[in-house]
Design a protein around this ligand. Structure first.
Ligand code: A3P
Length: 311
């Protein structure tokens, strides 16, 4: 992994019960994050990268905020949610100088050290697994978790590595998949990340969702989330929200397209394809497809975790 993440993340560390691969700086702050004070009216959105975090954030925020579309369009998603571990991977903490002409790196809302100053209700986003978050989190606040078929995550994660130039050099998907399988990518391993949340899916404060379920029936997810947050909306309001949350609509908005290259038509976007089962096009030999299926089976063999059928 050192070879691949050369300039970007060094040194990296392995933390938590499953040896999660995290970036420089996290080790210094893991304890502070673990000890963060959770408020009962906090709303947390937790997911492995590329699993639908952004999509779920927008859905949850609007439902919790009485469908305030004006608020949603006038304030970017990254200002509406604190991405708590962000500064631990940001240059400021890696002790690099801010870009010339800038005094600070921008990360105020997205800094766990400022969390106690934010008004309630706070909206918090994280890619950290539950075991690295405050142990009282679930007993105190509402938590949304979204999981996605790891094969689709792998494809999307590969694009993200290109978008954010995580690697110094381009890596073909097949090579990336080898790293994915061996948990040699940031945030890995993915299965324990999902399993930790899956194990808590019946907790009164946990709403566990699948990306595939959101794809299949966004209206029923809107219903579930509304009920969970004690909100009631009319059919019309829910249909309007479903339209707002469509891939085509969200893709149009610059606030969901992070990353340097996002505004250029021909290049990779943060909102890329927005489909389930698209992995099949990247695992393009019989052998690779079998291997991908075996990989999933091996990991769910001793568990009752099952990703929803997509057809
Ligand atoms: P793809 O790269 O497969 O398109 P995260 O926000 O966790 O990083 O997840 C990003 C993935 O969610 C990307 O997957 C992105 O396109 C998809 N996504 C974001 N908004 C979506 C939406 N409204 N509908 C469907 N997929 C969406």
């Amino acid at each position: 992994a050192k070879k691949y993440y050369k300039g970007y993340i060094r040194p990296f560390i392995r933390v938590g019960p499953h040896g999660y691969f995290w970036m420089a700086g996290f080790g210094d702050h893991a304890e502070d994050i673990y000890n963060l004070e959770v408020r009962p009216d906090d709303i947390w959105v937790v997911a492995f990268s590329r699993s639908g975090t952004t999509w779920l954030q927008e859905l949850v925020w609007l439902i919790a905020n009485n469908l305030d579309y004006d608020g949603a369009s006038s304030t970017s998603l990254s200002a509406r949610y604190s991405f708590i571990e962000f500064p631990t991977q940001a240059p400021e903490i890696r002790k690099e100088k801010p870009p010339s002409g800038q005094k600070h790196h921008s990360a105020t809302v997205n800094d766990f050290r400022n969390l106690h100053t934010l008004p309630s209700p706070r909206f918090i986003k994280t890619h950290l697994p539950l075991s690295l978050l405050p142990p009282k989190l679930l007993d105190t606040a509402k938590v949304f978790y979204v999981a996605r078929d790891p094969r689709d995550v792998a494809v999307s994660f590969h694009y993200m590595h290109q978008l954010f130039r995580y690697f110094d050099e381009g890596v073909e998907f097949t090579e990336f998949w080898e790293l994915f399988k061996k948990d040699l990518l940031i945030h890995m391993p993915i299965f324990p990340h999902i399993e930790e949340a899956w194990a808590k899916r019946d907790h009164r404060n946990m709403m566990f969702l699948f990306y595939e379920e959101m794809q299949k029936n966004i209206l029923s997810v809107i219903d579930k989330v509304s009920e969970f947050l004690n909100k009631e909306y009319s059919t019309e309001q829910k249909e309007k929200l479903a339209k707002h949350l469509s891939f085509e609509n969200m893709k149009k908005s610059s606030q969901f397209n992070f990353g340097k290259t996002a505004d250029k038509e021909s290049e990779i976007k943060f909102l890329r394809k927005g489909k389930s089962g698209n992995w099949i096009n990247y695992f393009n030999t019989e052998e690779l497809r079998k291997e991908a299926n075996d990989y999933i089976e091996k990991h769910i063999k001793n568990s009752d975790l099952r990703f929803p059928e997509i057809n």
